[in-house]
Write a protein that binds this ligand. Structure first.
Ligand code: NAI
Length: 691
């Protein structure tokens, strides 16, 4: 048919192979070829039907996302599906690997679906800011009912073959060779069996309402979630052709929304993040044995992450009580997951059997890679390295989980600093996907490559960063927090700023976060680094004053807020008073800030810091910065990250705001080159205009 689609005969049944490596994405060429193949099946009197099947590893993992930012070329997917439905002979889908998005919609357009064991089916469009646009919202409910369709489409869940069979999403799970099974299936299929001719099963309105409410909540009320729900509801009330047209219209609009561009940007950013020219050709060493030192908050979380990935870990402590507490935390996490049915007892036991807790340092010698998560103190970490290194194997890697210390200074305590690196996990380490992989000036490429590979093996997202204060994430976060503190002095209150940032979509406002993590951490750090303070930068005393009053955040019942017995945050007039007093003391006339002012100032600050990180060479990729903020700091993914955000702003106004920030922050404020991010917007500007 063409390069992507070939037709083979198996007796009277055609096998239509889709071959678009690596993931068989549904591209223009695939659609053209399919259309031709269907015509061939119709016109060839020797054929009684056909099977659509993927060559290579899967059926179709989704549509080519690159096409979604541009005007779509004909034939579009609905036309291909229409041809399949209108073909007088049955055409079935034989799915292996994955049938996702447009791939699953294509399968739904067929007369039956047979699945290889273990394959995955689903409609992830909502997670990419869109809704299914080729009938997914109309055909799936006819198979699984409205409530289940709402759940599946709004969550973008991938359903495994056996569950898909139970739900009715597929008609059979294949035994033996998939192609032969499918050919047999076509031979036995008496006639066409189009989903469009079926009635949507009636469902209980309470169940629908429940599914709706749950989906909206989990989907944080994003527009594509409610649009998907509305579309699915049409399946029960509208004639299918009207509903399909309505679905297509919404899809066409949403695929060009800022949100969809942002989510595609992050999707591609993740794919890019795995490809590092710096690591090209540098084979990671395979790591089978690990150790974690320090069983505190981070150490126990990291050990959990390692166990969950199926690796053994030695957990070391110098303090028995701390070790027991860490072990308890790990066990409690397993208990919780067993109790909620997420894993079974046997799996928990198998994982825990790989955990070896000890206070005997000799045990560290078993590890090929050690991660330390002891107190954040240079001397402690250096001492530890001196103590541990002689016990380690020649090749073993020592990774520090430090947040702010200088990885090079830590490495200087080692005989083999080339084997020292940073692996900066985020809290809770067993849950958060982000890990900054820190390359120090001594770190060998093989060390970095191995650390990078280990993080991926843990199922996490490794982002490469060079050694610098705060690496990528904490450095931007520090600048963000500082601007928010400046706004306090200039007229805003903590609750106003938090509300503005939460409305923008941050998981939590900066002052709520500060209260949660404890104000003393940053306080201690400011004290330790006071000799490094830039006298040309405005210094806000408010956080120090709160700490001096014993207001260390949630743990003391008060910080920027006052916390009631239920743990709810309340504004505190005493904090307001303190802030107003500080403004007066510094001779600053307080003014009002709109939520828009606050958000703009914060994001411009983040973008500015991001530009500085690039100029300084801490990172070479703007999209990595966006991934860090989204995956580690609760930045709303539908905004794409600070670099993506800034790319969408008119450069002149961004620069004007940057100028103002420089003026209020102090002479030490360095202006980053914000124009460097504008290429990130090339797509949306040209395409939104032409589509
Ligand atoms: P933590 O205070 O909860 O735990 C530290 C543990 O290390 C304690 O159990 C202590 O007994 C143990 N320890 C101290 N010195 C030791 C030594 N010489 N040998 C063996 N064990 C020793 O601290 P947390 O929060 O887990 O932080 C650990 C590291 O992780 C720090 O470097 C911190 O900056 C970093 N980090 C912390 C994050 C957080 O959110 N808490 C996030 C990312 C990094």
């Amino acid at each position: 048919m063409n390069q992507r689609i070939t037709l083979e005969r198996n007796g009277p049944v055609a096998l239509i192979y889709i071959d678009n490596p690596p993931v068989n994405a549904g591209s223009l060429e695939v659609r053209e070829g399919l259309l031709r193949a269907v015509k061939q099946v119709e016109s060839d009197s020797q054929l009684i039907g056909a099977v659509l099947i993927g060559a290579g590893k899967m059926f179709i993992a989704g549509s080519d996302l690159n096409e979604f930012g541009k005007p779509l070329e004909e034939p579009q997917l609905p036309e291909v599906i229409r041809a399949i439905e209108q073909c007088s002979k049955p055409i079935i889908a034989a799915v292996h690997g994955a049938a996702l998005g447009g791939g699953f919609e294509l399968a739904l357009g067929c007369d039956a679906r047979v699945a290889a064991p273990g394959c995955l089916l689903g409609l992830p469009e909502v997670t990419l800011g869109m809704i299914p646009g080729a009938g997914g919202t109309q055909r799936l409910p006819r198979l699984v009912g409205i409530p289940k369709a709402i759940e599946l489409i709004c969550s973008g869940a991938r359903v495994e073959a056996s569950e898909a069979l139970a739900l009715g999403m597929v008609d059979a799970v294949a035994e033996g060779d998939l192609a032969s099974f499918a050919v047999d299936y076509v031979r036995r299929l008496p006639d066409k069996r189009r989903i469009r001719d079926m009635n949507t099963p009636a469902s209980d309105s309470a169940q629908i309402e429940q599914a709706r409410a749950k989906a909206l909540k989990a989907g944080r009320n994003r527009p594509q979630v409610s649009a998907a729900i509305d579309a699915v509801l049409d399946a029960a009330t509208q004639p299918i052709d009207l509903a399909l047209a309505a679905e297509r219209e919404v899809f066409q609009r949403l695929r060009l929304s800022t949100e969809a561009f942002a989510l595609r940007h992050l999707f591609f950013a993740e794919r890019q993040s795995a490809k590092r020219i710096e690591l090209d050709g540098i084979e990671p060493r395979s790591i089978e044995r690990t150790a974690v030192i320090g069983a505190g908050t981070m150490g126990s979380g990291i050990a959990l992450a390692i166990l969950q990935a199926g690796l053994p870990v030695v957990l070391l402590e110098r303090d028995e009580a701390a070790l027991n507490k860490g072990m308890e935390r790990i066990r409690a996490d397993y208990d919780r997951r067993v109790a909620t049915g997420r894993i079974d007892e046997a799996r928990a036991e198998a994982d825990l059997a790989r955990l070896h807790a000890s206070m005997d340092w000799e045990q560290v010698s078993r590890a090929q890679l050690v991660i330390e998560a002891v107190f954040e103190d240079l001397t402690v970490k250096q001492e530890l390295l001196r103590q541990v290194e002689p016990l380690l194997d020649e090749e073993a890697i020592f990774a520090t989980n430090t947040s702010y210390l200088d990885v090079d200074q830590i490495a200087e305590a080692a005989k083999h600093p080339q084997r020292v690196m940073g692996l900066h996990f985020f809290s809770p380490a067993n849950v958060m996907r982000l890990v900054e992989v820190v390359r120090g000036m001594y770190t060998a490429p093989e060390t970095i490559s191995t650390g990078f590979a280990l993080v991926r093996r843990l199922g996490k997202l490794p982002i490469l960063t060079n050694n610098a204060f705060g690496f990528i994430g904490n450095r931007i976060y520090a600048a963000y927090r500082q601007q928010c503190e400046l706004m306090l002095e200039e007229g805003a209150l903590p609750a106003q700023i938090d509300e503005a940032m939460e409305t923008f979509g941050m998981a939590m406002g900066p002052f709520a976060v500060a209260d949660l993590s404890g104000l003393d951490i940053a306080w201690r750090m400011r004290q330790a680094r006071s000799h490094l303070r830039d006298v040309n930068m405005r210094y806000v005393d408010i956080p120090d004053l709160l700490c001096e009053q014993g207001r260390l955040g949630r743990k003391t019942g008060a910080g920027y807020y006052r916390y009631d017995e239920q743990g709810r945050r309340n504004e505190d007039p005493r904090v307001t008073e303190l802030i107003e007093r500080e403004s007066a003391r510094k001779g600053i006339a307080r003014r009002t800030f709109s939520p828009g002012d606050i958000v703009e100032r914060v994001l411009t600050t983040m973008a500015n810091e991001a530009a500085l990180l690039m100029t300084e060479g801490v990172t070479t990729r703007a999209s990595d910065i966006d991934l860090v903020l989204v995956n580690g700091f609760g930045f709303p993914k539908w905004e794409g990250g600070p670099a993506f955000w800034s790319a969408r702003q008119p450069l002149a106004s961004l620069k004007a705001l940057q100028q103002q920030l420089a003026a209020v922050t102090g002479a030490g404020f360095i202006k980053g080159d914000l124009a460097m991010f504008h290429h990130l917007n090339a797509f949306s500007q040209s395409d939104a205009a032409t589509a």
